[in-house]
Design a protein around this ligand. Structure first.
Ligand code: HXC
Length: 258
């Protein structure tokens, strides 16, 4: 399916989505987020895809929401259509894992988009920030909520209130980023990790993602119970039987996503 603001293609079992508004540093106009949701939904529905990667350009993952588009909007222009609601929820509601491969700027909505993914792999050129305060506004797609959970209150306050940027090294030390990678290796290494994930049993991949995400919604006791019940449910899978049999028989498992 042709898109205007993104490129979507398959690399083995991985769906790769490249944000493609280079002149605007991948500023996230609503149509781009709509296309992103559609591409993720198509990969979700594709049984040959096990994981997805979202990336941008070497200069910018995304420099935030589209300021040019937003500048004249009124309250009702954003409230009535629930701006940042339904189309952003499609990203969050993905059941297959999504990795953000971030090079260059990930600012405002760009940082929030990266945090909406399941993990962030950062090029050593990556810069993260929530500079909305400079525009007289605040983060609106999860910045004030996901950032404190990822890096703690002190650094979240610092970033959102001063608008300073965080480089890849600090972001990794703070827990925002899973890996820092040399910029020229970013896509290759991220696709390799995504391919590794996609090689495992799809229902188990989805169960793990769901269980980790529940950790942010549930008290510990409930989360432990949830995890144990899903662990027990995994014994209904043919892939669980195959994985353990393959170990005992000293061979590679052949998962069938069942
Ligand atoms: C629209 C943008 C843009 C944005 C950059 N551009 N960011 N257009 N929306 N968020 C455009 C510029 O206007 C310019 O267009 C071109 O991209 C290149 O940008 P430059 O500023 O010339 O590049 P540079 O000097 O290298 O500076 C890079 C930058 C700067 C530091 C990233 O562009 C910048 O500060 N951008 C805004 C970052 C920001 O405030 N983001 C938060 C947005 S609010 P022309 O036509 O002049 O070449 C937000 C709300 C969150 O995200 C809500 C959830 C989505």
């Amino acid at each position: 399916m042709p898109y205007q603001f993104i490129i979507a293609d398959k690399h083995g079992k991985v769906g790769l989505i490249t944000l493609n508004r280079p002149q605007q540093l991948n500023a996230l106009c609503d149509a781009l987020i709509d296309e992103l949701g559609a591409a993720l939904a198509a990969f979700e529905a594709d049984e040959t895809v096990g994981s997805m990667v979202i990336t941008g350009s070497p200069k910018a993952f995304a420099a935030g929401a589209d300021i040019t588009a937003m500048k004249d909007w009124s309250y009702m222009d954003v409230y009535q259509p629930d701006y940042l609601g339904p189309n952003w929820a499609r990203i969050r509601n993905c059941r297959k894992p999504v990795i953000a491969a971030v090079a260059g700027y990930a600012l405002g909505g760009g940082c929030e988009l990266a945090m909406s993914c399941d993990m962030i792999f950062a090029a050593d050129t990556a810069k993260f920030g929530q500079p909305e305060i400079k525009l007289g506004v605040l983060p609106g797609a999860g910045g004030t909520q996901r950032l404190p959970r990822a890096i703690g209150k002190a650094k979240a306050m610092d970033m959102c209130l001063t608008a300073r940027m965080m480089d890849a090294k600090e972001a990794e030390q703070a827990g925002l980023v899973a890996r820092v990678i040399a910029a020229d290796q970013l896509i290759e290494e991220t696709l390799a990790a995504a391919e590794t994930i996609a090689g495992y049993s799809l229902p188990v991949i989805m169960m793990i993602k769901e269980a980790i995400n529940r950790a942010y919604e549930m008290p510990l006791g409930e989360g432990l119970l949830y995890e144990r019940r899903v662990f027990q449910a995994a014994f209904a899978l043919a892939d669980r039987k195959e994985g353990m049999a393959a170990f005992v028989e000293k061979r590679q498992p052949a998962f069938k996503n069942r």
